[in-house]
Design a protein around this ligand. Structure first.
Ligand code: PLP
Length: 436
């Protein structure tokens, strides 16, 4: 496969060291199953499901065929004051997977849009029930809730914030849940439920009745896989209930089986009021995300307007795009037919054991994981993040894709992975880390 090196300049690449990349590009030109192929013909095991998207493996013919058919039949239908059958069907299918009572689904095109939509739904809901004074939001340090102004304001990763201004006002950050004493914990760490009291403190400092919603990723993903401590999410739920605060689970990464259940809400046994989801919704094949809300939220917002009036002035040209819906329906079909969430749950103990086997390497300072997602921290080199960046490149050229955030590698294989793929992933990581 050929490419023209001097054609790379015009794209301003997202979250990328553009100048460095363009000197030594890593182009993915093909995908199939659990593998990618690069532009030099190298075969690369996908250890992070792309970016936590391709749970069913790449280039599934069922999805390609559904998309092709949809494009020939109905390529675009305006989503405002009109509709098309696929969006209703997909909403219905998603509602069958979400926890009981979270049965209304609003479509967006990215996780970032889902987060900003969830913020606006929370505002609209409180206003509709006469509590428009709830204007504050609580989130967490080290959180990643996307890159739009709302999500960036909620987020707690410094590099994603420091160059920008124009944050939403009234955001309070709780502490993150990484604790020294939990290093190398398998599954949910024992210590840290007390960190949920930060929400209680926010309620006591600002007044619980001024807080609209608390946003958390059940497992903080992009920051390096922070699994919720035992009792932590339960305590957040109790505090939210005590103060009338909505609990939002940002499941952009966790949703659709990553935890071994459809949603992390089910894996951890804590039901939020709103769930955001994306990525594996279409297996990554077509951009799509969604916000699922408790029925009471939908009914309150919708019920507050006259019968023939638009109830919420929000939506995207591509909300519930027919092609994305076709991809989503085909994807959910694959998950169901191949029992992929159960498969993820079955593979999880082996995967986590293998990940933890890296502990003997001196350079590895922590390993965490749950379901089919795990993070490993590597001691920083000359500057923070430098080693992680180099490792990501070296691993790629050795035949493994792993997403890095700073000096943390995030491994999240497709659910179709076999044990031998896990062994290969671990073997390649071990080989590279042994060089330090
Ligand atoms: C938890 C979480 N929320 C939101 C987002 C933003 O999603 P997107 O990149 O689709 O805008 C991400 C992306 O990784 C995420 O992990």
């Amino acid at each position: 496969m050929q490419y023209t090196a001097n054609s790379l300049e015009k794209q301003w690449m997202p979250f990328t060291a553009n100048r460095d990349f363009k000197k030594d590009p890593r182009l993915v030109v093909r995908g199939e199953g659990i593998y990618y192929w690069d532009h030099k013909g190298g075969k690369i095991l996908d250890g992070s499901s792309g970016l936590f998207c391709a749970a069913a493996g790449h280039c599934r013919p069922e999805i390609a065929e559904a998309v092709h058919k949809q494009l020939q039949e109905n390529d675009f239908a305006p989503p405002f004051q009109m509709g098309h059958p696929g969006a209703f069907e997909l909403a219905e299918k998603i509602a069958r997977l979400t926890p009981d009572g979270i049965d209304h689904v609003f479509f967006t095109n990215s996780g970032s849009e889902a987060i900003d939509t969830a913020l606006k739904i929370a505002m609209a809901y409180h206003r509709a029930r006469g509590e428009g004074q709830r204007t504050r939001f609580v989130s967490r340090e080290r959180a990643y809730h996307g890159v739009n102004i709302g999500g960036m304001s909620l987020s707690g990763m410094v590099k994603n914030r420091e160059a920008f201004s124009g944050f939403m006002p009234g955001i309070v950050h709780m502490r993150h849940t990484w604790l020294e004493e939990n290093r190398f914990a398998k599954g949910q760490p024992e210590h840290g439920a007390h960190l949920a009291e930060d929400l209680q403190r926010a309620a006591e400092t600002y007044g619980g009745s001024t807080i609209a919603a608390c946003f958390v990723e059940p497992i903080a993903g992009s920051t390096g896989v922070l699994v919720p401590p035992v009792g932590y999410l339960e305590r957040l739920r109790e505090i939210c209930d005590a103060h009338g605060i909505l609990l939002v689970f940002d499941e952009v990464i966790c949703s659709f089986g990553r935890t071994g259940k459809a949603f992390a809400a089910q894996a951890f046994g804590v039901v939020p009021d709103i769930i955001t989801m994306a990525k594996a919704l279409t297996n990554g094949a077509v951009p799509m995300a969604a916000v699922a809300v408790q029925d009471e939220i939908y009914e309150t917002v919708v019920g507050a307007s006259p019968e023939n009036a638009i109830e919420m002035f929000h939506g995207y040209t591509y909300s519930g795009h027919p092609v994305a819906c076709a991809a989503g329906l085909a994807t959910l079909d694959i998950y169901e037919k191949e029992n992929l969430f159960e498969r993820a749950a079955e593979l999880s103990p082996y995967f986590l054991d293998q990940m933890h086997s890296l502990r003997d390497l001196g350079v590895v300072t922590d390993i965490r994981g749950y379901g089919l997602i795990a993070g490993f921290d590597v001691a920083a080199g000359d500057a923070p993040g430098q080693r992680g960046t180099q490792l990501q490149k070296d691993l790629f050229w050795s035949g493994l894709h792993v997403k890095f955030t700073g000096d943390t590698g995030i491994v999240a294989p497709p659910f179709i992975a076999e044990k031998e793929h896990i062994d290969q992933i671990i073997g390649l990581i071990r080989e590279k880390l042994a060089e330090f």
